[in-house]
Ligand binder design. Sequence first.
Ligand code: BG6
Ligand code: MG
Length: 216
Amino acid sequence: MNKIKACIFDLDGVIVDTAVYHYKAWKRLANELGFDFTEEDNEKLKGVSRVASLNLILQWGGLTKTDAEKEELATRKNNWYVEMINKMTPDEVLPGAKEFVESCKRAGIKTALGSASKNSGTILEKVGIAHLFDVVIDGNKVSKPKPDPEVFLKGAEELGVAPEKCVVFEDAIAGVEAAINGRMKVVGIGSREVLGKANLVISGLDKMSIEKLDDL
Ligand code: BG6
Ligand code: MG
């Protein structure tokens, strides 16, 4: 028995599926710049920060930009993205996510959000689950991107729980590695081929239960 005391959740791909909105906004930007990229390429952007995503996309398009130009491009993309997430509704919470976070709270397990997204607060409010997290660590509070464990370690610290007593839920390989680097347990959300380093891999939080935390 591990006596897990806290669960730390990634947002995009674990609690909500915002990848599609990121994709639409980045694609629009790429198209305005005169090139395109596929949904398969988009997979490589999961869990990757805004600036790092832009750098990859510019690389795919064979473009070089100054820092000032990059800032303008990232802002342009973010404005379209924010327009879309402002229309999100509670039915966009992924199956089982709200129920599992609620069951953590009932079991006395602390909850935190650990996301690279600077838009985490808006998304949580729009889908009506902000109140379920004791602590929110988002892209505004960290300086080192996953697989650096900073985001999860800050979550554990603010919750007052030792990293060894925390479980991270992640859909991105960089996030799984970040949890491992932070000496935490990790449940991968997705496929075993991609997230094989996790202690357990499930298809979604609808397949998770408090009982399973003891076996990690
Ligand atoms: C992560 C997403 O959660 O947040 C990435 O998986 C995204 O695709 C990153 O780039 C940063 O998001 P934002 O909202 O700060 O641009
Ligand atoms: Mg994610």
